[in-house]
Design a protein around this ligand. Sequence first.
Ligand SMILES: [Zn+2]
Length: 284
Amino acid sequence: MIVDCHCHAGKGDRMTAPWNTIAPIKSYLRRARAAGIDMTIAIPPFHSNYDQANDELGQLIAKYPGRFVGFAFVHAIRDAGHIREMVGRAVKKWRFRGIKVHGFDAMPTREVCEAARRFRLPMLVDVVSRPEVVDMLAPQYPDVNFIIPHLGSYTDDWKAHQQVIYQIARYPNVYADTSAVRQFDYLVQAIKRAGPRKLLFGSDGPWTHPGLELHKIRLLGLPPDQQAMVLGGNALRLLRRTASGQEPLKVTPSGKHHETSRSEAVAPGPRDSLSQVPESEYHL
Ligand SMILES: [Zn+2]
C-alpha cells in the first residue's frame, strides 16, 4: 500500500504563482497511477479563503472514493477564532483527517494545535526553513503528531534539513516527509538517525512528479519492511483515528493495518525506533 502523504488539488484564487493558481488532479492521478501510488493525502493550494478551499477540495476528492484523504488548510492568523469550527466542519462534512498549516501564511498557534488535539488529527506544518518552531510546538503538544514537509525546507536549506533530522529523532511526535528533498544524503541520514518509522513518502504533487519522488525512496535501498513503513505504513498509522463519529481508515489490502486500538490511534508514537527519549527529558 503506497500512500503519498502530501499533494495539492483544486484551484487557488490569487494567481500569482502555480501553487496559488491551480493544482490539477487529473494529471497527478495519471502519474500517480502509473507509479503505483494507491492513496494520496490531498490539500488545497494556497487560497485567500481556506473555508471555501477546503469545501472545494472535499467536493473534488469525493468524486474519487477511497482514493484521497483530505487535510484542512487553515491560516493561523487570518482564521483566528474560527479554526476549531473550520476543522470540525471539514472533518464532519468531508471526513478530512488532518490539518495543513503553511509558514508562508503563519506558523501554527495554540488555537490550531488545540483543534488538532480535539479532533486527533496529524498536522502537516511547512516550517519554511525555520525548524526552530518545531522545538516550540512539539513539547507543548506531545499528543499531536506533526509532519514536517520537505525535511524542513523546500528551498534546499541544508541547515534546516540537519535540524529536522535531529528533531524527528528526538521528538516522538515529530515526523518528516520526503517531498521535494533534493539532497539525497539527508534522506539517508534521516533514516539512519531517526529510523524508518519517522519518515513519510510525499510528493508535493502535482508540481513535482509523484513517480520521481517515489523513486527516491526506492533508491534508499531499504529492507522491504522498512521501505513499506516509509511508503505508506507510517502515513496509515498517523491517519488512523478513533475520535467519536469517525471510523478507522479502511485501506488495507494487506491486512497489516487493521488493528485499531484506541491507544495506538492517538499515541504520538513513543515506541518509534531511535526516539526512546525518556519522558522527563522530553518535557524539559
Ligand atoms: Zn505542498
